[in-house]
Ligand binder design. Structure first.
Ligand code: BEZ
Length: 256
């Protein structure tokens, strides 16, 4: 993952396993082949790096979060994992493919990320990624903003840690870097949160910490409860919370 979000790797594995579950579709798009060298950018606790390695590929996983990488290395000792920043990385290795699931929206300098991906791909290599696209978690973002502005006088735009580009914007960045975009899709994926009534609160705790750093623990708790009350009509159905995810999925080739 990226940015200064504090990741709780146990919580990530036990409550947010859907991240890796959905990522299996992206692994299918990657279609790893035996013997290929593949870089997993923002690998989290390593489940998809492991999935990719099952095809016989040699995988290197990198994440900014040290606890995530520790957990990944503990779960999958045979895979090479390292701590590193996706906006600024230099490795000795080159890869046949770079893969990334649910991580790039934490990196607000996409040009730097794409330059790093390009530099680490062999000619003919592919970049396959999925992350939040334009309008991702829009109801949640808007409601956080309303509560922070009205109740705490905070500027939510400055606190927002996420980058959710449109398909046109991101395809253009890929082309400007020199890639040939062979696939791009932007689609809705309403995603059921775990823990029924507490689902949104858990999601905010796991992912939206940045917005609340200026608040005390009690204020944070109140703010999250108010957000849940306001967002309930839109996001709570049939006994569960659903995050209004919109994904951007791309495949791009570095020409030979
Ligand atoms: C996402 O996977 O789309 C996402 C996760 C956490 C925060 C924002 C977006």
């Amino acid at each position: 993952m990226g940015s200064e979000q504090v990741w709780q790797s146990d919580h990530y594995d036990s409550k947010l396993g859907f991240v890796s579950e959905f990522g299996k579709d992206v692994v299918r798009l990657l279609n790893p082949i035996k013997g290929e060298r593949i870089f997993d950018l923002g690998c989290g606790t390593g489940d998809l790096a492991h999935e990719i390695s099952q095809a016989g590929a040699y995988v290197t996983g990198m994440d900014l979060s040290e606890p995530m990488i520790k957990q990944a290395q503990c779960k999958y000792p045979e895979i090479k994992f390292l701590v590193g920043n996706g906006e600024q990385f230099t490795l000795d290795d080159k890869f046949d493919a770079v893969f990334s699931n649910a991580a790039l929206h934490w990196m607000k300098s996409p040009q730097s990320v794409l330059a790093g991906v390009w530099n680490h791909l062999n000619p003919g290599g592919r970049f396959v990624a999925e992350f939040g696209g334009k309008g991702n978690v829009q109801t949640i973002v808007q409601t956080i903003g309303e509560v922070l502005r009205a109740d705490y006088g905070l500027n939510d735009a400055k606190l927002n840690p996420w980058y959710f580009p449109s398909i046109a914007e991101y395809s253009t960045l890929l082309e400007q870097q020199g890639f040939r975009v062979t696939y791009a899709a932007h689609f809705d994926r309403p995603t059921k949160m775990v823990d029924n009534e507490q689902g949104l609160q858990h999601w905010l705790k796991a992912f939206a910490d940045h917005f609340f750093t200026a608040l005390s623990e009690a204020e944070r708790h109140d703010a999250c409860s108010r957000i849940a009350v306001k967002a309930r009509d839109e996001l709570f159905h049939d006994g569960s919370w659903y995050a209004d995810y919109k994904r951007l999925r791309v495949m791009a080739i570095k020409p030979k």
